[in-house]
Write a protein that binds this ligand. Structure first.
Ligand code: NG6
Ligand code: CA
Length: 501
């Protein structure tokens, strides 16, 4: 080898080495999904209808793209998250309903998922926050290594609460173990019966700092009674008021530690789901009681994440998607003044219904995409759904889509097109509705027109309902009788999607 060839070889090797060190190319951006719990379309001030102020989410919206027809797949948590992470409609899975805290893992480890797709393509993947997609095999021993956690479906790091902040066990699970558990005080969980001698919200109201209104009358921890029973595990139990800071700390660490390689971070905040327990520094921030204050806390968390991305110069190489898992609810089971202090605020924005509802507010949620340099700031009316993240990201990365109901709406998500999906099946409590273009159809269903206690219109009724969401956002005028042709078109479309045609 002559001297020149040797020099060329050395330079080439150096170049290869450098490229190997940094996988940072525009071709594999980070993906951060910031996902709030029960946050309504009108709860975000950028959406322009409420009286709450969410300056950090608004900033994301003003620098990014704000969707007016951004949907989750379902009006409750578990099915929505299932749809987003698997790219499969939740109503295709019989078990995809609100899960108990000891329910087995809902996603089959063999099933394609968004995190798995990214992990298989060189991404670090993490979920921090609320999981609510089941843990274990249905017979979980919380005191041992748990095999079936988020790590079994594509996340290489997980730090989660198993279900919701109002369900036992009130502990964090980190990867395959309950964090901070003392073997001398084993944790036991039951959704069937109480453990002898343990206090409950039902029998021990004197222990409660937050009183239950409906449900939520089982085990008491931190002055709050929950759904389900637990015993032991005291050293591992969370303090609700510290939960936001605890998740956020891990989120910021994760970004810091993984800044040099592509990562997917699914940050699932618990706010403003019940029990609403903002940290004392947010108490009184909004004058709207714990619900408003916990939204203010969540908004602050969003600001902290954005500041970290900017501080590390990751903003030009990170796609951030902000959204919520279902529509809003005021009284979801505790006396926390959400109803009394709502004033002129409108959590559902211009839409009808809320959480649990087939009306539009159940699933038409805040949805914002942000990626400086790639996404032009603006507003988009394109119909997009969280179920589409999988195919859209696959398309960006040049991968094969594996989410069966996921559609490629990448151009809409990046603001390069105003066209999203043509249609979408929506779900609430295992009933479905159908959106085609601007029209939304709810088939006839038996059931209560207004959900007991929470006082939200369910959308259920004896007749077909057809609304033009484009011109009648509040779903005031049922067009089913006067537009039989359109109604038939939607009936056929839904039947085709359900496979009943
Ligand atoms: C309901 C709970 C509600 C909430 C919801 C799940 C009662 C009476 N109500 O069963 O408080 O926990 O489940 O919310 O127990 S979700 O956002 O996780 O879907
Ligand atoms: Ca929810």
């Amino acid at each position: 080898m002559d001297k020149n060839t040797c020099l060329t070889c050395t330079l080439l090797l150096l170049l290869v080495g450098l490229l190997g060190c940094s996988q940072r190319t525009p071709g594999n951006p980070n993906l951060v999904i910031i996902y709030m719990d029960d946050l309504g379309y009108g709860d975000v001030s950028a959406y322009g209808s409420g009286t709450l102020s969410t300056p950090n989410i608004d900033k994301l919206a003003s620098e990014g793209l704000r969707f007016t027809s951004g949907y989750c797949t379902s009006a409750t948590c578990t099915p929505s998250r299932y749809g987003m992470l698997t790219g499969q409609y939740p109503w295709r899975n019989k078990r995809a309903a609100i899960l108990a805290g000891d329910a087995p893992l809902l996603i089959d480890p063999g099933q394609p998922t968004l995190p798995k797709m990214l992990a298989e393509n060189g991404y670090k993947t993490a979920v921090i926050g609320k999981w609510h997609l089941g843990i274990g095999d249905g017979n979980v021993d919380w005191n041992r290594e748990i095999e079936l956690t988020p790590n079994a479906v594509g996340f290489d790091y997980s730090y989660v609460m198993a279900a919701t902040n109002d369900r036992v066990p009130t502990v964090y699970v980190e990867n395959h173990k309950v964090a901070g558990l003392n073997p001398g005080d084993p944790l036991q969980v039951s959704y069937k019966e109480n453990f002898k001698g343990e206090p409950t919200g039902r029998d021990n109201p004197e222990l409660l700092k937050l009183k239950w209104h409906h449900g939520h009358d089982c085990s008491v921890w931190n002055g709050i009674s929950r759904i389900g029973y637990q015993k032991g595990g005291k050293s591992a139990m969370w303090i609700d008021e510290d939960m936001a800071d605890n998740f956020l700390k891990r989120v910021l660490n994760y970004i810091e530690e993984n800044q040099n390689e592509p990562f997917f971070l699914y940050y699932a905040l618990q706010q403003p789901h019940v029990p609403r327990t903002p940290h004392p520094r947010f108490v009184g921030a909004t004058g709207m009681g714990p619900r408003g204050d916990s939204i203010a806390e969540g908004d602050w968390c969003v600001g902290q994440v954005m500041a970290k991305l900017k501080e590390l110069n990751l903003d030009r190489n990170t796609l951030v998607i902000f959204s919520s898992d279902n529509g809003p609810v005021l009284n979801d089971g505790y006396y926390d003044e959400a109803v009394e202090k709502i004033g002129g605020h409108t959590p559902s924005g211009p839409f009808r219904g809320g959480k649990y509802s087939l009306f539009n507010a159940g699933t038409n949620v805040p949805l914002i995409t942000w990626w400086p340099g790639q996404i032009e700031p603006g507003i988009s009316d394109a119909l997009v759904c969280q179920i589409d993240f999988m195919d859209s990201i696959a398309s960006y990365l040049g991968l094969k889509n594996t989410g069966p109901d996921s559609e490629n709406v990448l151009d809409a998500l990046l603001g390069k097109s105003s066209v999203g999906r043509t249609d979408l099946v929506l779900e609430a409590s295992r009933n479905v509705a159908y959106r085609l273009g601007d029209y939304l159809m709810i088939p006839p269903y038996e059931g209560l027109a207004v959900q007991a206690n929470v006082n939200i219109e369910t959308g259920l009724g004896p007749e077909y309902q057809l609304y033009d969401i484009g011109s009648d956002r509040g779903q005031v005028k049922n067009l089913a009788a006067e537009m039989p042709g359109k109604l038939n078109e939607l009936k056929d479309g839904l039947a085709a999607r359900l496979g009943t045609k």
